[in-house]
Design a protein around this ligand. Structure first.
Ligand code: 1Q0
Length: 215
């Protein structure tokens, strides 16, 4: 078989999950979105133990969403759009302060959504970087421009420390398992706009429903 378990992990496949999670009418498949995140976590863990504190939180968020998908109301969780509609119409979201629904699908996905913006910014920096580019700087800049605004000081501090021990650009490109530098750059050139599109659709949906500050 040619299942993903049976060949060496490639970032290309992971980023493809974000491509195929969009339907023609711009609905976002939750299952595929989650699959994309699973792959990213796998990639992250292959970078070393220091990064598991970061991936742990992503893993638990993924699990919350998988439980909804596999639960008795799973049919309402097929797309991000249907999830938002279902949870809002049924009062399943804590909208202003944490209460009876501290782990709604909407607030859980929002955390991953914010992290997706970091990924978009980071990958774009990586794409345009020169041979001597520092991944730690690219990563930190992308983080400061996005996700950090939602994190308390102590997490920002810990993230900053993790960035410092990131492997260099050559190792990164190698772990991605896409091929030559030119191939990587080409792959990123296709992947980044895809991620950006998924991000934008989710952002607009959340903005329309006043969900961007969910506790
Ligand atoms: C490769 C280096 C990765 C650097 C990623 C930046 C992440 C910053 C630090 C995140 C710390 C997470 C600790 C927990 C935070 C939570 O408090 C927070 C809010 O949740 P809650 O329930 O408390 O309200 N959670 C989050 O903000 C979610 C954060 C998830 C971050 C997951 C990032 C995983 C990214 C993996 C992609 C790595 C692959 C890069 C591929 C590059 C290809 C060359």
């Amino acid at each position: 078989s040619t299942g993903p378990e049976n060949h060496k992990f490639s970032l290309q496949e992971v980023l493809d999950s974000f491509r195929v999670c969009l339907s023609e009418d711009e609905h976002v498949s939750l299952e595929r979105y989650v699959a994309g995140w699973r792959g990213l976590v796998k990639f992250m863990n292959s970078l070393g133990n220091v990064f598991t504190f970061i991936s742990k939180d992503a893993v638990s968020k993924i699990q919350i969403l998988v439980n909804f998908l596999n639960g008795e109301n799973g049919s309402h969780y097929v797309t991000i759009q249907s999830m938002v509609k279902y949870e809002l119409e049924n009062g399943l979201v804590d909208v202003s302060k944490r209460g009876t629904h501290p782990e709604s699908g909407c607030r859980t996905l929002l955390r991953l959504h914010r992290a997706l913006r970091w990924l978009e910014l980071f990958l774009e920096r990586l794409r345009i970087s020169k041979e001597d580019g520092k991944t730690s700087v690219m990563c930190a800049d992308a983080y400061n421009e996005s996700l950090s605004q939602h994190h308390p000081w102590v997490i920002r501090k810990a993230a900053g420390m993790a960035f410092c021990v990131l492997p260099g650009r050559p190792t990164f490109f190698e772990v991605m398992n896409v091929g030559s530098t030119e191939k990587v750059v080409e792959m990123l050139g296709e992947a980044v706009p895809m991620i950006s599109k998924v991000y934008k659709i989710t952002e607009d949906l959340y903005a329309q429903n006043n969900l961007l500050e969910l506790p």
